[in-house]
Design a protein around this ligand. Structure first.
Ligand SMILES: Cc1cc2nc3c(=O)[nH]c(=O)nc-3n(C[C@H](O)[C@H](O)[C@H](O)COP(=O)(O)OP(=O)(O)OC[C@H]3O[C@@H](n4cnc5c(N)ncnc54)[C@H](O)[C@@H]3O)c2cc1C
Length: 494
């Protein structure tokens, strides 16, 4: 690490340890980032620590949708749909660069359990629940459906509905939320792991370990928020019970399945998506119970075969194979524990718990509802602790003062300037921080391994890496990404 990067980290650690914070947030996913932004904007002395890179957990492994949830509408969970639908619109207002309107074609087939008449009513309710949706829904005849998606299987097709949700870039949403938090005075540190905490008269004293050098620190804070997503029930003092379900996504060339709009595919009660992403498409997702390691979540051959099977059923002429996969990602949903019901039946509601004095757990929810989760959390903390705070402004104040070319729905142009920006302004320490979370270059470009070598050269320059450090960053990157471009897994699925 360069001297200036070391000094920056030292200054951050100094700010986190010197005087008690009002709120210390543990976890730099979307929920932690949202809480840090909200708390800092209300004038609270706020810190956040993340054990790895910001957004390296579930918040960079989602379907990237801002949605009320058509599936939850079908389940009659109107409150949940309305809550998320309003948030979808708020995010479009505060971060238009990360919340683009995305039209969905939902084709219906006879005997599928998703009758057209019901969906026609459903999308109207969906629009109403938003107040004003990002676009107006409509019904489509069979002919119009095939005009919109000519490659769709015509056998048994009865028509479709078109409705609108938002498309985002999950990791960028975390990073821009953190940029906003920092601009409002929050102190943020990645690669710093919370280990344990002890109660003091004034609040808590948290032990944390700097993952870059192994040094441990003591962080005093009046209130602590556990926002560690899938890790939340394993943290000391946590009162959370989770049920984890895994989902995978595959990225392919859009030319292999040239869809103009997102397409909804059904498999029983489940809903899957084909999502256009620039010159690529994203296929997702699965929803299966997960009890494996949280540090090694993989798209396994069965997941890939399932996903390709469903997509090929709806688009038989496309004949997609595992060899078409450019990249993949897999993540786990931190759902509130409910031992009953199938994985996809479990509620996506969130919960804020206060199991010990001034300790708060925030769990469940969705990317779409993170802002609301943050608002409710900070409201509850300030009420319980009596911390003087201003009112919440996160629904109206833009995330960034001005949009820049370094953050958007599509990867930024591959280049030195972008890498310089991420190293200087966005806490990038490792090659995978840039290739995966800051830019999505790894997922988007078939020649990502070659691009990684070039980017490593630029990072060496900006962060002062020696040739040996540059090489070990490439080794680290290859180890991190091997799971998403695993030749062996792909060959098994062909
Ligand atoms: C396959 C899939 C698809 C999804 N699609 C959508 C979608 O389209 N739309 C939507 O709205 N939602 C979606 N979701 C849900 C959404 O992604 C999650 O609800 C959300 O990202 C969870 O954010 P989080 O901050 O709670 O958790 P995370 O993003 O996992 O963040 C928790 C962080 O805590 C850190 N941490 C853990 N332990 C410690 C420690 N000891 N010290 C410091 N830090 C620690 C972790 O490293 C991690 O970065 C999807 C989820 C999955 C899995």
């Amino acid at each position: 690490m360069s001297l200036s990067a070391i000094e920056k980290r030292r200054a951050t650690l100094d700010a986190l340890t010197r005087e008690p914070l009002d709120i210390l947030v543990i976890g730099g996913g979307i929920v932690g980032a949202g809480i840090a932004r909200d708390a800092a904007m209300r004038g609270l002395k706020t810190g956040l620590i993340e054990r790895r890179d910001f957004a390296s957990g579930t918040s960079s492994r989602s379907s990237r949708l801002l949605h009320g949830g058509m599936r939850y509408l079908a389940q009659g969970r109107l409150g949940l749909v309305r809550e998320a639908s309003l948030e979808k619109r708020i995010l479009h207002g505060i971060a238009p660069h990360l919340a683009g309107p995305l039209p969905f074609i939902f084709p219906t087939y006879s005997g599928s359990g998703w009758p057209l008449w019901k969906l026609r009513i459903g999308v109207k309710i969906y629009d109403l629940l938003c107040g004003k949706n990002l676009g107006k829904s409509c019904g489509l005849s069979k002919a119009k459906t095939l005009d919109a998606a000519p490659q769709l299987n015509p056998d048994g097709l009865t028509g479709a509905v078109r409705y609108f949700d938002g498309f985002t870039n999950d990791a960028r949403l975390v990073l821009d939320t953190l940029r906003s938090a920092a601009a409002h005075g929050a102190t943020l540190l990645n690669y710093c792991q919370f280990e344990n905490a002890a109660r003091t008269q004034a609040g808590w004293r948290c032990e944390a370990a700097d993952q870059t050098n192994g040094q441990t620190y003591s962080l005093p804070a009046q209130a602590v928020v556990n926002a560690t997503g899938p890790w939340a029930d394993g943290l000391p003092h946590s009162g959370v019970h989770l049920r984890l379900t895994k989902g995978i996504h595959l990225v392919m060339e859009r030319s292999r399945l040239p869809v103009a709009e997102a397409i909804v595919l059904t498999e029983g009660k489940r809903i899957l998506f084909v999502i256009p992403w620039g010159r690529r498409i994203i296929l997702g997702t699965t929803d299966t119970d997960y009890s494996g390691s949280l540090d090694d979540i993989q798209a396994c051959p069965e997941d890939i075969a399932y996903l390709l099977g469903v997509v090929n059923h709806f688009f038989p002429r496309a004949k997609l194979f595992a060899a078409d996969i450019i990249s993949s990602w897999a993540g786990v949903r931190p759902l509130l524990a409910d031992p009953n019901g199938s994985a996809s039946d479990i509620s996506r509601a969130h919960e804020i718990k206060n199991p010990e004095l001034n300790w708060w757990d925030v769990a469940g929810g969705k990317l779409t509802t993170y802002r609301l989760m943050a608002e409710q959390t900070v409201d509850r903390i300030t009420k319980a602790t009596g911390l003087a705070a201003q009112h919440c402004r996160t629904a109206s104040e833009p995330l960034l003062k001005a949009a820049d070319e370094f953050s958007g729905l599509l990867p930024p142009e591959f280049g030195r300037e972008a890498v310089a920006h991420y190293c200087a302004q966005e806490w990038a320490l490792h090659l995978d921080d840039v290739m995966i979370r800051r830019t999505s270059w790894h997922y988007y470009f078939p020649d990502a391994p070659r691009k990684a070598e070039i980017a490593a050269g630029w990072m060496a320059e900006f962060l002062g890496w020696s040739p040996a450090e540059r090489e070990s960053e490439l080794v680290r990157y290859r180890a991190v990404v091997s799971k998403s471009r695993d030749e062996e897994i792909l060959s098994q699925t062909n």
